[in-house]
Each structure stands twice: as C-alpha cells, then as structure tokens.
Design a protein around this ligand. Structure first.
Ligand SMILES: Cc1cc2nc3c(=O)[nH]c(=O)nc-3n(C[C@H](O)[C@H](O)[C@H](O)COP(=O)(O)OP(=O)(O)OC[C@H]3O[C@@H](n4cnc5c(N)ncnc54)[C@H](O)[C@@H]3O)c2cc1C
Length: 494
C-alpha cells in the first residue's frame, strides 16, 4: 500500500512535489488556505479582465522541462519566449531601452551611452557563466547534509570566485560598465530576488547569465496561471485530492512523532509523511513555535521586498508601452538604500508594468487592456499601515500617465489594489514580503531554513523559502531536492 503524504500549500513548489511523488506511488492529499491553487502564481479575475496575480515571466525553462520529463506528462501549454526580454524607461526621458537577448542588438541599444558594450558584456557574462557552472551542481542542485557539508562544497568552487561573496552586484557591474543607465539595467536583476544591487552579493550576476545566455524569459499563451491549471488537472487525474479554504494552524504529536495537523475548523489531518510548502521559517515560528524561529529572530532576518500591486481594467488599447516594462527614476542609489526600510516615497516611485492583454488577447474584453503595476515597497515591519493605498496608487498611475502620455485614470473601468497586508493575509507571507527570505550568505544553502524538519523525521519543506531560493525555477528545483530526501528515506513505492 502506498504511503500517504499530506502537502500543506499548493504553490508551484507543493504542486511539483505532489506530481513527482504521485508518479512514484505515493498517495497525496493537499490542503490550501486560499480558495484556489497556485500560491503566489495565481490569477485575479475582475469584471471580464484577467491578470497574473504575481509572476509574469520565468527563466530557466529547462527546469520546467525536467519536471515534465521526470513525471512523464504532457502539458497543453505554448511557451512564448520574450525578445526583447523587457524595456526600461528612466524618468525625464522619452526613450525606453529594449533589453534584447541578442547581444549585438543589445549593444546597438546602448551604442550612444556605453561604447564598447559588446566587449564588456561578453567578459561580464563569461565570468558569471564560469561561476554558474562551478556552483550549479554542487550548490544549486544539491542537498547539504549539514553546514559543514555545505561549506566543504563551497571549497570546491575555484578560489578565484571567492571575492564574489564579499562585494555587491552594483560593484560588480561597475567593474564592467561605465554609464549610469547600463549599470542600473544590468543590476536590476537584484530586484527579481526582492532586494537591491547594493545589498545583493555579486554572485547573483548568474541571473544575468541564465537570462542572456541560456534561454531568456518565457511567458505562456493564456497567461502564467495556465501552468497551474494544467498541472492541477494532471494531479486530479492521478487521484490527488486538494482541500481549499483549509488553513493549518496547529499540530499534534504521538510518541514524540508528528501525528497530524489541525486546521482552522478543528479538523485533524493525519498522514505518514508531511511536506510543508508554506513559508519554511514562518511555519516553524507560527505552527511549531520553535525558538530558533521566534518572533525576534524572524524580525532580525533579511526579508525581500513587499509588493504593492495594482490591477487595472482599461476600456482602451495602449500601444506606447512594451508589455513588460520597467519605469525607473534617476536616483537609483538613494532609492535602493531607502525603499526597503522607509515608507514609500510618493514623489519618485520605481515600478514594473505588465500588459497581459498584449500577449494574451483573451485576458481583456475586445478593445480593452489589462494592466498590472508592481511597485516594490517596505514590508509591514517598516510600514504597517496602508490606509493611504488609494493615494499611493493614484500617484503611481499619474506618473505612468505622464511618462507614456496617456490618461490612464479616465480609461479605468476596473481597479484592484493589493498592499503587503493583502499579500500577507492571502498566502501567509511574512510581513507581506513577496519573495520571502532574502539571499545573503547567512540565508543560503545550509544556512537557509532546511528542507527537512529538525525535530520530526517524517516532515519536509519545499518551495522558495527553503533551498535553493526564490523564484519559479527555484521552486521546481526545490521539489526535486525534497523528493531526493523523501526517496532516500522511504524509496520509490512503484
Ligand atoms: C508580486 C510577485 C511577482 C513575482 N514575479 C515573479 C516572476 O515574474 N518570476 C518568477 O520566477 N517569480 C516571481 N515571483 C516569485 C514567485 O511567485 C515565488 O517564488 C513562487 O511562486 C513561490 O512558490 P512556492 O511554492 O514556494 O510558494 P507559494 O506560492 O507562496 O505557495 C505556498 C502556498 O502555501 C499556502 N499556505 C501558507 N500557509 C498555509 C497554511 N498554514 N495552511 C495551508 N496553506 C498554507 C499559501 O496559501 C500558498 O498557496 C513573484 C512573486 C510576487 C509576490
């Protein structure tokens, strides 16, 4: 008889783990606090408009391919590779830079401001690529047995890369590029980790390498949520049951073993094995009440930016904007220093805009547009109250209207705003931090909350809050790493 696994959470990490395990003969039941699957990779529907709630693209599509191959499934999805990857506009300028994966075209974009760009980017990417190759198997795709094991693995990385641990991404790009614009654009990936280039280790230049050298960025026909929908359909045909609106709030033990989780209605969920896809640090704090993760310690950890998100249904088409567009200011250093700790500055917002309806026509009614704005802000430790959300949204929308010369407000027929409070409450994200724990040295590898429980040997963790880190491809790699843990203990059952 197959072993029972209870998975707490239906984010991409939980879903990928369920698939891998069910294909190996395990019986899976999933519980989810939200009313539909996907976690942060969710979908919002308002008055005939559809939006990707959070993620709007993914890199490293070969990690998806690995999952599909491992589970021997076919997904009815059409991936769309983005070229250009995105566009960047700096305030005060009408020009947007288009970030092409084709490096000759990219060099052409920068020829006025960064002579010699092609030579510099080739050198920069060669260095990032060599580093990526040296850590891919032994760090990113590896389960450490202990801190010592992790540190021993690090010693296998060529010593010439050691300094990368000690300077930040901004310093790294400054070694290769001269102009403010190119430095800013090349270090922007730090924000994809929910941080700033001034406090992100230069090792994360590997994200520029995977984006520009590997297979770029992808979207999916119909929107990102089609990925979740198609995976859930397969889970259902495999007999996986999902109980929604079910939040785990407590646990039970028997003979010092975890014997079940308790939901908000007092129901007890028993299983042989438990996999937690909820935030691995916050779950240990809230549910298991572990001292190592007490309130003071959680608050002292480095958390990534919180999202302030605006979803607008417009009764018009917008043409003067790329569907994946960043709008930045001219005070990048000052902004980066303050954005994660101060209440949002109303006068100089930095934000990202996505027009899902440019790529996916059926996400908005005929002649209309679904426009998504993501503005990184301080988490709830630094700005607990968001009564000013309408005012903040208005300011961002006015700024965008000015920059694209288009009166967005008068064309808005649907409007939803999510503050960090919403993000916290929807998915149990610590203080509304959108990308979870940050990636400083003390929060990566064996120093990140582990993917196995310290106390209960039948309990594991998966997702971006455990190893290897945040983002969709990492959540998939995380499912592979937790599978290895489970299989090495219980074996494949079929
Ligand atoms: C605004 C935003 C934009 C982003 N954009 C991108 C992007 O473009 N590309 C990219 O690669 N990544 C992006 N990310 C990051 C990406 O969304 C995450 O890294 C990824 O989706 C995390 O998946 P996960 O499985 O680890 O966790 P989650 O998606 O958080 O899933 C965890 C699930 O557990 C549930 N849960 C929590 N606690 C409990 C409980 N006690 N009981 C029951 N259920 C519980 C939650 O409701 C949730 O459904 C973005 C994130 C945000 C917030």
């Amino acid at each position: 008889m197959g072993k029972n696994v209870l998975i707490v959470g239906t984010g991409l990490g939980g879903i990928a783990t369920a698939l891998r395990l069910v294909k190996r003969g395990y019986k899976i039941h999933m519980v989810e606090k939200h009313n539909q699957a996907g976690g942060r990779m969710n979908e919002l529907k308002v008055d005939g408009f559809r939006f990707d709630l959070g993620p709007t693209f993914f890199s490293m599509s070969y990690e998806f391919d690995e999952l599909i191959k491992d589970c021997n499934i076919k997904l009815p999805l059409t991936l769309k590779e983005l070229e250009p990857l995105y566009a960047v506009n700096f305030t005060g300028s009408e020009k947007s830079y288009y970030i092409y994966k084709d490096l000759n075209k990219l060099a052409e974009e920068f020829h006025n401001i960064e002579p010699g760009f092609k030579k510099s980017i080739d050198k920069y990417l060669a260095s990032a690529g060599n580093f990526y190759k040296s850590i891919n198997e032994i760090i990113i795709h590896s389960n450490s047995k202990s801190v010592t094991d992790f540190l021993l693995n690090l010693t296998k990385v060529p010593v010439k890369f050691a300094p990368k641990l000690f300077y930040n991404m901004w310093d790294e790009v400054c070694k290769y590029f001269n102009s403010y614009e190119v430095r800013t654009i090349m270090s922007l990936v730090a924000f994809f980790l929910g941080s700033s280039p001034f406090n992100t280790m230069s090792v994360y230049s590997i994200l520029n390498y995977t984006k520009l050298v590997h297979d770029g960025y992808h979207n999916v026909e119909g929107g990102m949520y089609r990925i979740i929908e198609s995976l859930v359909k397969i889970l259902e045909t495999e007999g996986v049951r999902i109980s929604y609106d079910t939040e785990i709030i407590d646990y039970k033990t028997k003979n010092n073993k975890l014997s079940g989780f308790v939901d908000q209605n007092g129901n007890v969920w028993e299983s042989d094995i438990y996999v937690i896809n909820a935030d691995a640090a916050l779950f240990r704090n809230k549910i298991f009440k572990r001292n190592k993760y007490n309130d003071r310690k959680l608050s002292g950890m480095k958390w990534s930016m919180a999202p302030f998100t605006i979803y607008l249904g417009l009764n018009t088409k917008i043409t003067d904007i790329y569907f994946h567009h960043y709008f930045l200011g001219n005070n990048f250093k000052e902004y980066s220093r303050k954005v994660f700790k101060n209440a949002i500055s109303l006068d100089k917002p930095y934000y990202y805009v996505n027009l899902l309806s440019h790529l996916n026509k059926d996400s908005a009614p005929e002649g209309c547009e679904s426009l998504f704005i993501l503005c990184p802000v301080a988490d709830l430790r630094f700005k607990p109250h968001w009564d000013d959300k309408e005012e903040i949204a208005d300011n961002i929308i006015s700024d965008l209207s000015r920059r694209i010369n288009y009166d967005i407000k008068s064309k808005t027929v649907a409007r939803v705003i999510f503050t960090p409070v919403n993000w916290q409450n929807m998915f149990n994200l610590y203080m509304g931090s959108g990308l979870g724990l940050g990636h400083n040295f003390r929060q990566i590898g064996a120093f990140r909350p582990g993917n196995y429980d310290e106390v209960y040997d039948n309990t594991f963790y998966v997702g971006s809050s455990t190893v290897p880190g945040t983002g969709l491809p990492m959540a998939i790699i995380s499912s592979k790493l937790v599978l290895e843990r489970i299989i090495s203990k219980y074996g494949p059952l079929s």
